[in-house]
Design a protein around this ligand. Sequence first.
Ligand SMILES: [Zn+2]
Length: 327
Amino acid sequence: MKKAAAYLFSLIVILTLMLPAFLVRSCQAPQQQESSAISVKLYDTQAHALYRLTLEDYLVGVVAAEMPANFHLEALKAQAVAARTFTVKRLKCFGGKGSKYHPNADLSCDPGEGQAWLGEKELRTKWGMRYGTNLARIRQAVTETASLLLTYEGKPIEAIYHSTCGGVTEAAVEVWGKDYPYLRSVVCGADGHSPKYRQTYRFTIQEAAAKLKVKAFQGKAITASTQGSGILKMVGQSNTGRAQQIIFAGKKITAEQFRTALGLNSPRIRYNVSGKNLVITTIGYGHGVGLCQYGCDGWAQKGYSFSRILQHYYPGTTLVKIANQIP
Ligand SMILES: [Zn+2]
């Protein structure tokens, strides 16, 4: 009986160790594939449907959803490469963990789970008369970078991107506590044309307290001891001015919780407390890590190629063809 149990245990261990290799092999010898032959299983959270698309067709919907179609072509191309790299890391047949929305899906169109995606119907509504022209531009960006991936030490990178960094990008370690050699803080300086570069919000302290669920303030008058600049403090500020934590009236929360609760564009804030009012100015839009989309457009307008832009935001990485990259 003991022998049988030991045999069963060994079998389970061997199967567990071999499973990832088996899964990769079941993905049709990817080293011989062009990226057009790689498929993506996408879950549409609006239509509640699972689609199977080629990688390149899927990327058209991602670039169209993630970047304004009138951005410079080199910016659209940089976005296409970042999105392709981001996607490949998440495909289940290459070891990705898949989408939480459907057991068979690699990704979903929920931007909160990774990256946005829009289908033909949504794009016709979004673009109207410019549908044909815009789609042609996006397709050109995807086609002209077909099969290109960003790698670091021979492996596809975590090609994180965001809308507007606000002048300088954030190191991944400052935001998520995990360090990546190619996701460091770099000077951007080309995203000043973003409509969300800087935004000002005004709250009464009572309003902010209610949103942040600071009970001591709810329905009570503010006392002298709770007024003044001491009511809000930033803890563990990075070089870019992003706080790790924020203390509001004695309650300590993460900068991300603070941003979400108050509906702010970014956790990089400047603030001013005046009497019963709190004025907050946010810098940038999004987490600030990796490629800055508006900065990307800014650099492209200055004459930078997509590959040079990618080198800037993901330092130390190399562009390779997907067929030579996937093990
Ligand atoms: Zn930027």
